[in-house]
Design a protein around this ligand. Structure first.
Ligand SMILES: Cc1cc2nc3c(=O)[nH]c(=O)nc-3n(C[C@H](O)[C@H](O)[C@H](O)COP(=O)(O)OP(=O)(O)OC[C@H]3O[C@@H](n4cnc5c(N)ncnc54)[C@H](O)[C@@H]3O)c2cc1C
Length: 467
């Protein structure tokens, strides 16, 4: 597959890069979990909007650029590489908006999308309740019929950003006779409505990152029901699909984290060789994820169905996410801890050797070692012939053996001149990239895969590094 950047996408990358270079604050904004930081991040959203960069995939009519998926991937790579602020509006822009395109009326779109794009209305999610966490269908918050709308009573909890957010979307039981997934309705509620209280929940660092939300006869008009009354579960699954899919986990985020991890290793001359190998592997995996998503995006834009193997993405990035941060945590441990350490036990040394051999396998061309999804990543890797050395990553002298090869992060991330195709249909399909419903039957929204597809070596998922 040709992953060469066409001139239009190269120009887009240059435009985004140049704006970010001139505008990303030189000092990090104050913490998003403080009132001051929340406001600073809100103002950043408005700056992005004024530059036409807040909601690039949205229709121009609502402040977007009609960008297709590849342009969005380019934007995300540049955004995170530039160290730009976390998106305070992400619940709205990345989770609610795709659901709105699918279920909202024209009036609802006109009412909610513009202030969402400008960061004037920040959204919180209202799913979890004290006795309904993993088991969301056990929720008990209810909305009872009232004149022209609904009276909401109950409690939500663990609501990210709700300490300072303006609106909440969530699920409420509207049919008191119903149970489980039935009789639920998806509502849009202003958090400053009479009867609504949202006291913060302090995190370990003392900052109020979450909130509980209490509803005491909060009135919600009919115009703020999203989708059909009683069909809330279906609407909510659209939102959660976006949360589990690509939109919050663009490869650019992982590449930026992996780059930071390598920088940390470079600044740690006595880093444990085990950790250096882990860092290199994490970087390789982030790049593999980038190439894989890119190839999937090209196929989707070319009209090919997204296969079940793309669901492997979710497993891949969630494990990668943990590994990057665990490794960074271990590298950043006080030096005295490292000095106290004795030689690693035999099992650990064996595992280091295994990882080095994994690096060498990468060098020889992953195309020959994986079927299915992994092979497609490898095709991109070998096609680009990007095999510089660990020295090129600046890791020499950081405890790494001069392991000879790894995949360089290429600049090529663009398309092959495909016409931009946007719209709810495409985005719905693309949200499915990374959905973890691997073995769930298709009629229930899953991928209907045989569990043997998940076994390493059987064309599926790598469950452990190098396995
Ligand atoms: C960073 C973060 C942000 C969040 N943001 C939001 C938000 O914005 N809005 C929102 O509504 N919620 C949010 N949540 C809450 C999150 O959705 C819930 O924490 C989650 O649904 C789990 O619920 P719980 O904490 O009540 O745990 P529980 O559901 O009580 O689970 C406790 C433990 O039991 C295990 N368990 C549960 N059921 C089973 C089972 N059937 N079989 C085996 N094991 C089981 C779980 O794996 C877990 O280890 C957030 C959570 C986190 C960590």
């Amino acid at each position: 597959m040709d992953l060469t950047l066409d001139p239009a996408r190269a120009a887009w990358r240059a435009e985004v890069r140049s704006w970010l270079a001139a505008n990303v604050p030189s000092e990090p904004l104050p913490s998003l979990d403080t009132r001051e930081g929340f406001q600073a991040h809100r103002e950043w959203e408005l700056r992005l909007y004024d530059a036409g960069l807040a909601v690039v995939t949205w229709p121009a009519h609502y402040g977007g650029r009609d960008a297709d998926l590849l342009d969005w991937l380019v934007f995300e790579e540049e955004y995170w590489a530039a160290g730009a602020p976390v998106r305070v509006g992400q619940n709205g822009i990345f989770l609610l908006a795709p659901t709105m395109w699918e279920f909202a009326t024209r009036e609802q779109l006109d009412r909610f999308m513009p202030p969402m794009a400008r960061g004037e209305e920040i959204w919180a999610q209202g799913w979890s309740e004290p006795d309904a966490g993993s088991d969301l269908a056990a929720l008990r918050s209810r909305a009872d019929r009232a004149d022209g709308g609904w009276k909401v009573n109950g409690q939500k909890t663990w609501s990210t950003r709700a300490a300072y957010a303006d609106w909440m979307f969530g699920l409420f039981r509207t049919d008191p006779e119903s149970s489980r997934h039935h009789g639920l309705t998806y509502l849009l509620l202003p958090l400053d409505a009479p009867g609504c209280h949202h006291p913060p929940i302090r995190q370990l660092d003392g900052e109020p990152g979450f909130a509980e939300v209490f509803f005491d006869d909060v009135f919600v008009p009919d115009e703020h029901v999203l989708g059909e009354v009683g069909q809330g579960w279906k609407v909510a699954m659209s939102t959660t699909t976006s949360e589990r899919g690509l939109t919050l986990r663009s490869p650019g985020r992982f590449m930026a984290s992996a780059d930071r991890l390598l920088s940390l290793v470079r600044r740690t001359p006595d880093a444990d060789p085990v950790l250096v190998a882990d860092a290199v592997q994490a970087w390789l995996d982030a790049d593999a994820y980038r190439l894989y998503v890119q190839s999937t995006a090209l196929e989707a834009l070319a009209g090919k169905p997204i296969g079940a193997e793309s669901s492997a993405n979710k497993l891949f990035w969630s494990q990668l996410d943990v590994r990057i941060h665990e490794t960074a945590f271990a590298v950043a441990r006080p030096a005295r801890d490292l000095h106290r350490r004795r030689r690693p036990p035999m099992a650990r040394r064996v595992s280091v050797l295994a990882r080095r051999s994994d690096l060498r396998r990468h060098q020889r061309g992953a195309a020959q070692r994986r079927g299915g999804a992994r092979a497609r990543v490898a095709e991109g890797v070998s096609a680009m012939r990007l095999l510089p050395s660990v020295e090129a990553l600046g890791l020499r002298g950081c405890g790494a053996r001069p392991a000879r090869g790894c995949v360089r992060r290429g600049s090529a991330a663009g398309g092959v001149g495909l016409a931009g195709r946007t719209g709810a249909g495409l985005w719905k399909r693309l949200a499915d990239v990374g959905v973890p419903g691997l073995a769930v039957p298709e009629e229930h929204g899953g991928s209907g895969m045989d569990l043997t597809s998940l076994v390493p070596g059987a064309g599926g998922v790598r469950t452990r590094r190098g396995a």
